[in-house]
Design a protein around this ligand. Structure first.
Ligand SMILES: Cc1cc2nc3c(=O)[nH]c(=O)nc-3n(C[C@H](O)[C@H](O)[C@H](O)COP(=O)(O)OP(=O)(O)OC[C@H]3O[C@@H](n4cnc5c(N)ncnc54)[C@H](O)[C@@H]3O)c2cc1C
Length: 378
């Protein structure tokens, strides 16, 4: 490992999964890290996600084996692809031909993974109600990051100028950092479909959970294909069931630039009627018993040619927004975090470290985004 005279100062824009995992990884590499998150607090939102073995290994390095074990659920079986004909389920042969190390083996709720990372940070490293609004590079001397601090309940926001050696953009698909670097490359591409998503609380609705097990005995990771749509169902820790129901449709109009939409009561009613029409009883019941389902409008982006510019790097969704079919978004974010930390630990020169990170991740994430786009079209 290369040694340095003093700890590099790192600013991270965004305190979601990619931002917090990168903060932990860079802290382990000897950096002094500040994470600025625009939201006022953690939003206890989100549904389920699926994690591969490499991600579990990295999460264990960043937190602890016991905590990762507790926050995740080993998905039994190796996944089933099925089709719905006249509301009956028929199994179809698997067409998967891909790197098996990328296949998820454990599931978790987004909120538990976020909480686990957050609890592993030292006090004060993450600051809510702080928005990164821009930055200025200062040649060899690092950069100045502009941050709007809205954390005080009184008066107008404070404008902070924070000196740093590195800036990490972990600020999601609409990335402010990325747009300052290459605005023309950051446009999002609507994938042609949306996803209804939700989590059934099995302990609150034991009958619905039991009936689901009657049609899915044993393994619990299923993709059911039906007319112009498919639904993915898998079990989460704590007797919960995650589902994602993809439907082909024109791009919905939204009043805010977010890919997540809270549906109206009429839309939920319509969803329930379609579930009854389309799926076997227990699957329709899963959808209808879920409290607060939400809609994700599915986007990705043309893969970037670079994710590093001088002393600035993008990680996670800021670097490579992807469609969710292959369950890669969170896995890629955590792999980015590990890679950037390793690169900084092994290279004394920070620009060389970021180039090493780019070399390690750009080709791989490009492949994964395009693979996911491809299976989304299938
Ligand atoms: C509330 C929430 C719930 C989610 N639930 C799920 C889920 O159930 N399943 C799933 O697969 N994925 C979920 N995701 C997405 C998931 O986190 C990502 O798919 C993936 O893990 C990569 O995340 P990311 O950290 O790169 O980006 P994101 O998760 O999109 O986070 C970006 C973060 O940056 C912050 N931010 C944006 N702009 C600025 C700025 N200028 N300054 C400071 N902060 C900024 C945002 O508030 C946000 O917290 C969720 C994301 C959020 C924010």
């Amino acid at each position: 490992m290369a040694t340095r005279a003093s700890a590099p100062q790192v600013v991270i824009a965004g305190g979601s999964v990619a931002g917090l995992a990168t903060a932990l990884s860079l802290k382990q590499a000897g950096c002094k890290v500040q994470v600025f998150e625009r939201a006022a607090s953690t939003i206890p939102a989100g549904a389920g996600l699926a994690l591969d073995d490499k991600t579990i290994e990295i999460m264990t390095l960043l937190t602890s084996e016991e905590a990762v074990e507790q926050a995740t659920f080993k998905i039994p079986g190796d996944g089933k692809l099925e089709t719905v004909v006249d509301r009956e389920i028929e199994e179809v042969p698997k067409l998967q031909d891909r790197d098996t190390s990328l296949i998820p083996t454990r599931s978790a709720q987004w909120a538990s993974i976020h909480q686990l990372l957050k609890n592993s940070l030292p006090e004060g490293m993450l600051r809510y109600s702080h928005t990164v609004s821009g930055f200025e590079l200062e040649g060899q001397n690092g950069l100045t990051v502009s941050v709007e601090d809205k954390s005080s309940s009184e008066g107008t926001p404070k404008q902070l100028q924070v000196q740093a050696d590195l800036l990490i953009g972990a600020d999601g698909c609409l990335t402010t950092v990325g747009r300052q670097l290459a605005a023309d490359k950051m446009a999002m591409r609507y994938a042609g479909y949306c996803a209804w998503r939700g989590v059934l609380e099995g302990d609150r609705f034991p009958d619905a959970a039991k009936r689901l097990h009657t049609i899915f005995p044993g393994a619990m990771f299923h993709v059911l294909q039906a007319d112009s749509c498919h639904i993915l169902i898998f079990k989460l820790p704590g007797n919960r069931f995650n589902w994602i129901w993809y439907t082909n449709q024109p791009q919905p109009k939204t009043d805010k630039p977010s890919p997540t939409v809270q549906p109206s009561p009429e839309q939920v009613k319509d969803l329930h009627a379609r579930a009854d029409e389309m799926f076997p009883g227990p699957v329709a019941e899963l959808v209808k018993t879920t409290e607060k389902p939400f809609i994700s409008i599915i986007f990705d982006r043309e893969p970037l040619q670079q994710i590093v510019w001088d002393r600035v790097a993008l990680v996670g969704e800021a670097a490579h927004p992807t469609t969710p079919h292959a369950g890669r978004s969170t896995n890629m974010s955590i792999a980015d975090a590990h890679s950037v930390g390793q690169a900084v630990q092994q290279n004394k020169d920070l620009q060389t470290a970021l180039e090493t990170y780019q070399q390690d991740r750009l080709g791989q994430t490009t492949k994964e985004v395009l693979f996911s786009r491809c299976i989304g079209l299938a």
